[in-house]
Design a binder for this molecule. Structure first.
Ligand code: PMP
Length: 410
């Protein structure tokens, strides 16, 4: 069979030239968020569109101290090539933290350090998804996962997400109808919705999947950011041989360090390591060394407590302003952690139109449509609260409410 390609005409100097790309590229959505963020780079704009941690909560001084110490004490080694699996003391730290926070027994051999947790999704796709395989995902689902998995050409099955987790009846039906290879979900403070699965829902999903040929990919990018410090059980507790967990230092340390990790049972780990080696040999070793040095000498729990408290305030303010200022027909989620609130507008109000009108008033929001693999969500918005001061939240929501009131009355 000949390899399928599609051609794209490039812009600019080469405008006449046809380039041929692998067919998988045609099935992969461009990151709509990246496109929108270009519009919001204007410093005049109050942006609720992105998903950046609060820069004021990144401990630049502490990271500077850790960097200086690593370079002074062990610079030559820290700047060398290193193993694919990642720095063992860092993996041991992550394993110990799982034990302490969640009571999970995980060996450092089951942990692979990645270039941000986003890379885990690519590696998981590479290792587990053949073209046409059935993959279930929350509806709405994390755009970065939709994009990463799309490169491996699966058939997506979106499962409706309620306030307490995925719709169980629909989930069971999809499992009966199709050989679902994996389910990808974000049980803690989901991106985009801010929803956290209840403990009961986790148990039910565990019971539904146990013994089936389906893996649960638990993306736990926000697990440490529950506002009250609650740590709900990981899906690995219910599905010890069927759960893969991904984690990240982006939200608790610094996203620019690009450090994440994946936890997987040994046979899957072997494959992930091969895929990782082929991709980039290993994650940034200097970053790993600095992160470990930081974790050893600074009080990460105190740091995380500070981040939780700040985001709790920012989220609380945003939700109360939405309730106070928006039309009654507008609803929003009440996040228990993370960085996002999800708004649902009346059916007739298009979130794309809200985006266009709000940007004229120098406020940026993210229309929810790209989070739906099957279309839909035209009246939904993702609003980020972590990267805005209380003043900006107040002014931004006020302006956004005016835009939505006007569109609703039309
Ligand atoms: N998963 C989720 C749910 C996310 O929201 C993000 C960041 N937006 C990531 C993974 C990737 O984060 P990182 O690569 O910085 O760990």
């Amino acid at each position: 069979m000949s390899q399928q390609t599609h051609s794209v005409t490039g812009p600019g100097a080469c405008s006449g030239r046809q380039y041929r790309f692998a067919s998988r590229m045609a099935k992969t959505p461009k990151s709509f968020i990246r496109e929108i963020l270009k519009v919001t780079e204007d410093p005049q704009i109050i942006s609720f569109a992105g998903g950046l941690p609060n820069p004021g909560l990144i401990d630049v001084d502490g990271i500077a101290r850790a960097t200086a110490s690593v370079l002074a004490q062990d610079g030559h080694s820290a700047l060398q090539y290193a193993t694919t699996e990642g720095y063992l003391p860092l993996r041991q730290f992550i394993a110990d933290r799982y034990k302490k926070r969640l009571g999970l027994s995980i060996s450092p051999d089951e942990i692979l350090i990645t270039n941000g947790s986003q890379q885990c999704l690519d590696l998981i796709g590479k290792v587990l998804i053949n073209p046409g395989d059935h993959v279930a995902i929350e509806r709405p689902g994390y755009l970065g996962a939709i994009q990463a998995f799309s490169l491996y050409e699966p058939q997506f099955h979106p499962i409706i997400l309620h306030e307490d987790g995925p719709d169980m009846a629909q989930f069971a039906q999809e499992l009966d109808k199709n050989p679902i290879r994996l389910f990808y979900g974000v049980p803690n403070s989901q991106n985009p919705s801010g929803i956290t699965y209840s403990e009961n829902r986790r148990r039910e999903i565990g019971a539904l999947l146990a013994g089936r040929d389906t893996l649960f990919i638990e993306d736990d990018a926000y697990g440490e950011l529950s506002f009250d410090g609650t740590a709900l059980p990981s899906m690995r507790q219910f599905l010890p041989e069927q759960a893969i967990i991904t984690g990240s230092f982006s939200k608790i340390l610094a996203p620019g360090m690009r450090l994440g990790w994946v936890v997987a049972p040994p046979p899957i780990m072997d494959q992930l390591i091969i895929a990782k080696q082929a991709s980039d040999l290993h994650s940034n070793y200097l970053s790993q060394r600095i992160a470990y040095e930081y974790l050893l000498h600074e009080d990460i729990d105190e740091r995380i407590a500070g981040i939780r408290e700040a985001y709790k305030q920012q989220s609380g303010l945003m939700v109360s302003l939405i309730q106070e200022m928006m039309p009654e027909s507008v609803t929003c989620t009440h996040p228990k952690g993370g960085m996002f609130v999800w708004m649902t507008l009346p059916e007739k109000v298009s979130s794309m139109e809200v985006f266009e009108n709000a940007i004229r008033d120098h406020v940026a929001v993210l229309p929810g449509t790209p989070f739906y693999v099957d279309g839909g969500g035209n009246n939904t918005l993702r609003i980020n609260f972590s990267n805005a001061t209380p003043d900006k939240i107040r002014t931004g929501i006020e302006r956004l409410a005016c835009v939505i009131h006007a569109l609703e009355k039309r």
